[in-house]
Design a protein around this ligand. Structure first.
Ligand code: PHE
Length: 467
């Protein structure tokens, strides 16, 4: 039977989609704050070292696994490994849990787009904090936005690889970068913006000036940079395997991995420039002491930045719309890759059973299964809804399970499979199909997968539980 899983129309289309998967909430929201909290340039330097030492090789490896087997993570690992054929299950579950969080967060972004459009016509007369309280209290409305957000993703995923995900990414990702540049220009022009730049880039500035109240050890900085790298590059969650499985054999996986890493890192730093200076400047102007300016957590986006838009009147409304649309694009382009990971399992299973798949129907049921739990995340409204499991808020628990357990364990098993079972040769053969590689590359790749990656994974797990 013909395998009609789908393929990318072009390498550039694939790159836009893969960069879109990488740029998500982790990039535009978590990175800027983490950079400020964990030591500015020190954090960035460690992040870049990790990106070079483990990020690129992990991306190459996932792309090769996907392309070699032509399957999503579950099918791919069960084909490649005798000892750990179940490894893909970790990736699919991690994607599922993250998608549940994305459903809710994406819904909030959509709601904020609408709030800012409305505020253009009727001024809000509320502070950023009051808007946030109102939104988190009105759960019914937020649930509707969660549903709409998932529905948008459904429409894209059901369109298929070329006509859905690729078509969307080719238009959306350039738009995202243009919007980022617009917001950076405005953010940097605000009076007091330099204070935000110092927070982001000067080591320890955030703590010395009282934006950050806790003491941060170098160990915490290292483990935070490691976990940020994994999450931001969409590593260990099967997304890159799934996207790689639709890639043509002649494409150069090494170049592609480098481009994805560079674009995502650029977007991370650009997001910092767009977000932090404006939030700090507006906080200072509003007479807030540094420890009262929220630069992390949901409040950075939904309180501090909303305050920036409110204070700038009609211009602020326009800026608010641009900004939340930008985040929405980042959210959708990541969410579709998370959904595609789950889709790939059903596609591969159908193919294995000799059937062909009804993509729309499968996408519909995958989205419904995400919504069932996504709605609870919205009801919990960033922990304000009081759903507590094992003493943790619902969203905290989801992120702990996916980022601190499933993702690192899955990624570790991948390194064992690749270095011990396949002796890296099986993977290097695949890489060599579109790129010239010599002994030096093979050795570096082996060292990275065998030694560097497990160390970084260990740091990530340790940091998540004891950091
Ligand atoms: N990389 C995305 C982010 O930065 C998250 C993500 C992880 C997306 C895994 C897809 C797969 O937010």
């Amino acid at each position: 039977m013909m395998n009609n899983r789908g393929t990318w129309g072009s390498n550039i289309g694939f790159l836009f989609a893969a960069v879109g998967s990488a740029i998500g909430f982790g990039t535009v929201w978590a990175f800027p704050y983490k950079m400020g909290k964990y030591g500015g340039f020190t954090f960035l330097a460690i992040y870049l070292v990790f990106a070079a030492a483990v990020g690129i090789s992990l991306l190459i490896c996932e792309l090769a696994i996907g392309r070699k087997t032509g399957k999503g993570p579950i099918g791919a690992y069960s084909e490649l490994s005798k000892k750990y054929p179940f490894t893909g299950v970790f990736a699919v579950l991690a994607s599922y849990f993250i998608m549940i969080m994305y459903a809710s967060l994406g819904g909030y972004c959509l709601e904020y787009v609408i709030i800012n459009i409305k505020s253009f016509f009727t001024p809000l007369n509320l502070s950023g904090d009051e808007v946030f309280t109102q939104v988190t209290k009105n759960t019914d409305t937020s649930i509707i936005y969660t549903i709409i957000f998932v529905f948008i993703n459904y429409l894209i995923v059901k369109g298929g690889i070329q006509k859905g995900i690729e078509k969307f990414s080719i238009v959306a990702i350039p738009m995202l970068f243009i919007s980022l540049i617009i917001v950076i220009c405005v953010s940097l022009c605000a009076k007091g913006a330099s204070e935000g730049l110092k927070f982001m880039f000067l080591p320890d500035y955030g703590r010395l000036k009282g934006y950050i109240t806790e003491d941060i050890s170098i160990f915490q900085t290292i483990s935070a940079a490691g976990s940020q790298l994994f999450f931001s590059l969409s590593i260990g969650m099967g997304a890159t395997i799934a996207y790689g499985s639709y890639l043509n054999k002649k494409e150069n996986l090494i170049k592609n991995a480098v481009v994805i890493t560079l674009a995502d890192t650029l977007a991370s730093v650009m997001s910092g420039l767009a977000v932090i200076p404006a939030a700090v400047a507006t906080g200072i102007r509003g007479g807030l002491s540094p420890d009262k300016i929220s630069l992390g957590g949901p409040k950075l986006l939904f309180v501090s930045l909303q305050e920036v838009f409110i204070q700038s009147g009609k211009f602020g409304s326009v800026l608010g719309v641009i900004f939340f649309v930008l985040i929405l694009i980042a959210a959708i382009s990541s969410a579709v890759s998370l959904i595609e990971v789950i889709m790939s399992y059903f596609i591969d299973r159908a193919y294995y059973c000799g059937k062909s798949i009804n993509r729309s129907k499968t996408a519909f049921w995958v989205c419904i299964s995400v919504l069932v739990f996504g709605i609870f995340t919205t009801i919990d409204a960033f922990g304000t809804g009081g759903i507590n499991i094992f003493g943790r808020s619902y969203i905290d628990l989801l992120s702990l399970i996916s980022e601190a357990i499933l993702m690192p364990v899955g990624a570790y098993l991948m390194t064992v499979i690749v270095t011990d079972e396949l002796k890296t040769d099986g993977i290097c053969d695949e890489i060599s199909k579109g790129a010239k590689i010599g002994k030096r590359f093979k050795n570096l790749f082996y060292i990275s997968m065998k030694f560097f990656v497990p160390v970084v994974i260990g740091l990530v797990i340790f940091g998540a539980f004891f950091g």
